[in-house]
Design a protein around this ligand. Structure first.
Ligand SMILES: N[C@@H](CCC(=O)N[C@@H](CS)C(=O)NCC(=O)O)C(=O)O
Length: 207
């Protein structure tokens, strides 16, 4: 088996957390390399797209979170084999990526611009995306987004939902998910209770 090393920032969330979590759930051995934002400042220029996450597979380095999610998802048994179910899984991962990009673009704005950009996001596209993700979840059977079982698509949506509900994003109401897409809250609770996911975060708390 190839030697795997996933590099991302040291917090429980974001674009790199899906790949890490998928490998833990699937029992795939890998090196979990976590870097501080300060370290990243001097590393950035050496990385393919000057961004994280990246996965190293033996001596090859590969970027782009959703590509990594599909790759590790296949290894971990968390990516559909059926082409149509895979399409459903990809659709929600890319929809979340749209939102990650839009929210990410506000992170370094000056306070007034940040407020305006986030209020506009919350009043428009974010609510719409959450509602549509809920529609997708219901169409797929209500419990998971594809294949009627846990996939990397579920993990990716969960990361967005957790981020929004954590309240760390000023000017984006922390109840935006609860108001627009309550089924995503139940989905989040379902994932948090998954035995392997719960064990992973319990171990992280103790570490
Ligand atoms: N499309 C890329 C986006 C990657 C990205 O923007 N990563 C952020 C962290 S989530 C990053 O590396 N930020 C640090 C920087 O831009 O210097 C992906 O999906 O992996």
């Amino acid at each position: 088996m190839a030697r795997l090393r996933l590099t991302y920032f040291d917090f429980d969330g974001g674009r790199g957390e899906v790949g890490r979590l998928a490998m833990h759930v699937g029992g795939i051995p890998f090196e979990d390399k976590r870097v501080t934002f300060q370290e990243w400042d001097s590393m950035r220029d050496f990385y393919p797209f000057r961004a994280l996450p990246v996965i190293e597979v033996d001596d090859r380095i590969v970027a782009q979170s959703n590509s990594i999610n599909r790759y590790v998802g296949r290894m971990a048994g968390l990516y559909p084999k059926d082409d149509f179910q895979a399409l459903l899984c990809d659709e929600v991962m890319d929809a979340v990526e749209d939102m990650d990009f839009q929210i990410g673009s506000t992170l370094d704005l000056p306070p007034d611009e940040k407020r305006a950009a986030r209020e506009e996001l919350a009043a428009g596209p974010l609510g719409r995306y959450l509602e549509q993700l809920q529609v997708k979840l219901k169409a797929a059977g209500g419990e998971y987004f594809a294949d009627r079982r846990l996939t990397v698509g579920d993990l990716k949506v969960w990361m967005l939902v957790r981020w929004l509900r954590s309240g760390v994003l000023d000017y984006i109401p922390k109840d935006i998910v609860d108001r627009n897409a309550p089924a995503l809250v139940q989905h989040a609770e379902r994932l948090a209770a998954h035995p392997k996911i719960a064990a992973y975060y319990a171990a992280r708390k103790k570490a």
